[in-house]
Design a protein. Structure first.
Length: 385
């Protein structure tokens, strides 16, 4: 069994694990993570997370949005605290003159930064973006993080607000830093579902391990799983004792009443000896229980090609690989040989070999297994080779 280091559980910790957030921020952090996973599992609207995250800062207004550096186009995908008129004004005009974007498109993935770190405030105050768009909304600062970067397209989460003291900013920064790995994972799931077809599925399990519901994707993936099945009476059967104990533990803790959410990640072998299925086990906390209304837990099964392919794109962006080089990394983690990659791309094996050498030079890797490990680290997973 493999878990995300330091992130096996939310609100509950195994021996040797580090807390995921500062103690004084624990309740809000847990609630936000709960909202993220409730949305990821389809049990709550994403808008609930957006609305709740506004509490991080005074007059907080939250946005999930993208910016394409090549075309200088951008738009708010989801927002809370902004009226529709202001959303439309940004999407139609002000995305092109947002002065924070120059820095946001080059900052490291996952690093939460305050607006003043990206652009000195005295410079911001001189811009039309501030005078015409921010000032009428009483906005002067905020926090932002880059969740993903696919060539020239960047996807962000930000909260903007009126002036706030440094302690409030730092507390909010710690909280957002704590939820970033979960938010990145959930937004990646949403993107994969809409762009790469169904390679995942969800089970809902009650306290007696009975499968309450299962979508078609989950049932299809279970067919190829080793030692993981649904019995004739609808009960979940799992031969991996570590995963089974994990499920039983989160279900037992849920019977004690609403608590902090619990999130585990693990892997299940497949019968054809291909890369194992990635598993997310989620038991809602107080916030998530408001939508679920029971002590059930949810199990998401995900074909690794989805997560690893997204990891390959992020890996390429981090190391400034070209689009062709990033594509080769994606096919390497899919398990293709050099010859298969060349045939797929309509080029010679020697050309692909030269591109792979360039990838090694840019990333510091020396073999394909190193690439796989680095991509797995980008995705926040431990993978044994």
């Amino acid at each position: 069994m493999h878990e995300y280091p330091g992130q096996g559980m939310v609100g509950e910790y195994d021996d040797g694990e580090l807390p995921m957030h500062a103690p004084n921020d624990s309740q809000l952090t847990s609630e936000l993570i709960d909202h993220v996973y409730a949305a990821m599992f389809g049990e709550a609207p994403w808008q609930a997370f957006m609305d709740h995250s506004r509490n991080l800062l005074p007059n907080g207004q939250t946005v999930l949005f993208y910016h394409d550096k090549a075309s200088q186009r951008g738009a708010f995908s989801m927002a809370s605290g902004l009226d529709q008129g202001m959303v439309d004004r940004y999407n139609h005009k002000y995305h092109a003159v947002n002065p924070w974007m120059d820095h946001a498109t080059v900052r490291p993935l996952g690093r939460v930064m305050q607006a003043d770190e990206m652009l000195p405030r005295n410079h911001l105050l001189q811009t039309d973006f501030y005078r015409e768009y921010l000032r009428p909304q009483d906005i002067i600062t905020g926090l932002g993080v880059t969740l993903s970067r696919d060539e020239d397209r960047h996807f962000f989460f930000s909260i903007v607000c009126s002036n706030a003291d440094s302690d409030l900013i730092e507390n909010a920064k710690r909280t957002i830093s704590s939820i970033v790995p979960h938010l990145t994972r959930a937004s990646g799931v949403l993107k994969a579902a809409t762009t790469e077809g169904r390679l995942s599925g969800t089970l809902r399990i009650d306290s007696s391990l009975r499968v309450v519901s299962a979508d078609g994707g989950a049932l299809e993936l279970i067919q190829g799983a080793e030692g993981f099945s649904v019995g004739p009476f609808g009960r979940l059967a799992c031969a991996d004792t570590d995963i089974l104990r994990m499920i039983q533990h989160v279900l037992a803790s849920g019977r004690e009443g609403p608590a902090n959410p619990a999130v585990h990640y693990a892997y299940i072998k497949r019968r054809d000896d291909t890369l194992p299925l990635r598993v997310c086990i989620y038991r809602p906390g107080r916030a998530g229980s408001a939508y679920v209304g029971s002590a059930d837990c949810f199990i998401r099964l995900e074909c690794p090609s989805t997560s690893l392919r997204d990891g390959a794109r992020r890996f390429g962006a981090m190391h400034r690989l070209s689009s062709a080089e990033t594509g080769i990394v994606a096919r390497m983690v899919d398990g293709l040989t050099l010859e298969q990659i060349a045939a797929e791309r309509g080029t010679s094996p020697d050309t692909v070999k030269t591109q792979i050498k360039n990838i090694y030079r840019k990333t510091g890797c020396s073999r394909q297994a190193d690439i796989m490990r680095h991509v797995a680290v980008v995705m926040g997973t431990k993978v044994v080779f």
